[in-house]
Ligand binder design. Structure first.
Ligand SMILES: C[S@@+](CC[C@H](N)C(=O)[O-])C[C@H]1O[C@@H](n2cnc3c(N)ncnc32)[C@H](O)[C@@H]1O
Length: 264
């Protein structure tokens, strides 16, 4: 009895250090969120809370929001993936835009715009009073979209360089915020969505288009897909009301949320 007890006692220090290190690796990180909601329509701004986990998928950043690991960014360096010739048939952006009944003079944000795959397709649906805010965290995205816009003599697009936690959109001015294959990469999804909600006009819509994670046969990396259930949970945390989910597209959910209006 005496010998094993001493043996354990001598190693207690190592065990304690091990447990403390593990706890530090896995401890949740709480980041204060902005608290200045201009309209008072939405619930109190939450403190955004994330978990950091030491063991995680290679395609993720080891940071989790509401149980979902955030994916690594696929950005301008993957230009050939974003502009792949098969994408039109795979994602049917024409069908997507028909679904949404856009007004021709809408102010629309393409958040996580990348190479502008959707930006210019939206512009084709707008009249001279319509506007698209193409937002991305990578300056190269801004360069690409500005270049194409100049080339086409297009003046209805404004490129915005966001920060990882703020899309820098004008407040209370946007009719529709699009996030096509982008939201799952946002490093600060909670803060981003709080700003997005602020940017909407009352009743303004958020359209989240994500590959269906429920379906393992869809050949897209797991962290670059989302379940409808998870998306609803995360949008609700930003005070957005789920309106509808459309499953017409071959592989993606089209999930529509709205900023509540008084009386909702
Ligand atoms: C997979 S690409 C999709 C681009 C485009 N929506 C498309 O469908 O072709 C995701 C884009 O989101 C951008 N992104 C990632 N985090 C962002 C953030 N916090 N704010 C704005 N853009 C972000 C990336 O730089 C990248 O261009």
């Amino acid at each position: 009895m005496f010998l094993p007890f001493n043996f354990i006692r001598r190693r207690l220090g190592f065990v304690a250090i091990g447990v403390a290190t593990l706890w530090l690796w896995c401890a949740p990180v709480a980041i204060a969120a902005p608290t200045d909601w201009p309209t008072g329509d939405r619930p109190e701004a939450q403190i955004c809370t994330y978990d950091r986990r030491r063991f995680h998928r290679q395609t993720g950043i080891g940071k989790f929001y509401m149980g979902r690991e955030i994916a690594k960014v696929i950005g301008h360096q993957d230009l050939f993936w974003l502009e792949r010739p098969t994408r039109e048939a795979e994602e049917r952006p024409d069908v997507l835009l028909n679904l949404l009944k856009i007004s021709q003079d809408d102010a629309i944000a393409d958040l996580g715009a990348g190479t502008g795959f959707l930006t210019f397709r939206i512009l084709d649906r707008l009249n001279e009073d319509g506007r698209v805010y193409a937002v991305d965290v990578e300056p190269e995205s801004q360069d690409i979209i500005d270049f194409i816009a100049d080339d086409r003599g297009e003046t209805r697009v404004t490129t915005i360089l966001s920060t990882p936690d703020d899309p820098k959109l004008p407040e209370g001015a946007i009719d529709l915020v699009f996030m096509l294959d982008a939201y799952h990469e946002f490093e600060y999804p909670c803060e981003m969505m709080q700003h997005v909600a602020d940017s909407l006009v009352p009743g303004g819509r958020v359209v989240l288009v994500e590959y269906r994670r429920e379906n393992p046969l869809i050949a897209i990396k797991t962290l670059h897909k989302m379940t409808e259930r998870q998306a609803k949970k995360e949008m609700a945390a930003a005070g957005l009301r789920w309106v509808t989910t459309d499953e017409t597209l071959p592989s993606q959910h089209v999930m529509v949320f709205a900023r509540p209006t008084p009386g909702d």
